[in-house]
Design a binder for this molecule. Sequence first.
Ligand SMILES: Nc1ncnc2c1ncn2[C@@H]1O[C@H](COP(=O)(O)OP(=O)(O)OP(=O)(O)O)[C@@H](O)[C@H]1O
Ligand SMILES: [Mg+2]
Length: 291
Amino acid sequence: MTKKPKQIAIYGKGGIGKSTTTSNLSAALSDMGYKVMQFGCDPKADSTNTLRDGSYIPTVLDMLREKGKVDAHETIFRGYNGIYCVEAGGPAPGVGCAGRGIITAVQLLKQQNIFEELDLDYVIYDVLGDVVCGGFAVPIREGIAEDVYTVSSSDFMAIYAANNLFKGIQKYSNSGGALLGGVIANSVSSDYQRSIVDDFVARTKTRVMQYIPRSITVTQSELSGKTTIEAAPDSAQAKVYRELAERIDAGASSAVPHPLDPQDLRAWAAKWADLILAIESGEVTDAAQAI
Ligand SMILES: Nc1ncnc2c1ncn2[C@@H]1O[C@H](COP(=O)(O)OP(=O)(O)OP(=O)(O)O)[C@@H](O)[C@H]1O
Ligand SMILES: [Mg+2]
């Protein structure tokens, strides 16, 4: 009997570190012995390039546009440690819906039973942005992914995007949509940043999967076209990514998140504005105590 791969989707605000985190996660899971496919769902088609020495691959939608009919095998490229890399691509600029493009690309692989044929353990979808457009909710609502993780820093706009994603998950949860595995706290290095994220997850009844510091090792690795797992396997940062992979692999107790409504989110942010000032001035030394 062929097994079903675990399918997870990574969301988050633009530029927050989704592709970096996803690629390191794929690399770490692959090092653990799993067969992994990373599926980029961003028209920029840059999700997988640090798995492939910085090189870009043709996208599924581009191939379909060029040839009309495509053998799914042609859309799959191998990366670090044999990781299967696919980029869905996007519609021609200015026309069409990118979300529909994701469905088309996933369907092409599913119709040709690629996941079973490759005997995959994990398919990881790296999805653009938050769920402002229904199209990007596709991996959540079409029963594609089971678990969703969001990458967020402690910046308000990143948290705002995470909160919007929670609304999307909550909306589709009654109709078999994906559940939230947790928040991956990226570029969180100081105590107060950690406290902000901790407070947000407590209020939304979610959890932090891993705190990932901002690190020059990530920058160096990216400049050499590689993940940190590949370029600096003995670094502290690689260890952090490996821990993230282990936690995700341990099996998420995924759940429906409880997003804050706009007024509550505003009030929450305003409270933190006062608090970080008090922390900066030394008036408050323990943010967790002061909440
Ligand atoms: N923990 C980190 N330490 C240092 N740099 C980081 C870290 N995480 C991400 N970056 C850097 O931030 C930049 C944006 O990251 P990335 O491309 O992964 O974001 P993204 O969320 O996928 O962006 P987009 O929404 O455009 O797809 C990259 O240059 C990456 O190297
Ligand atoms: Mg990206």
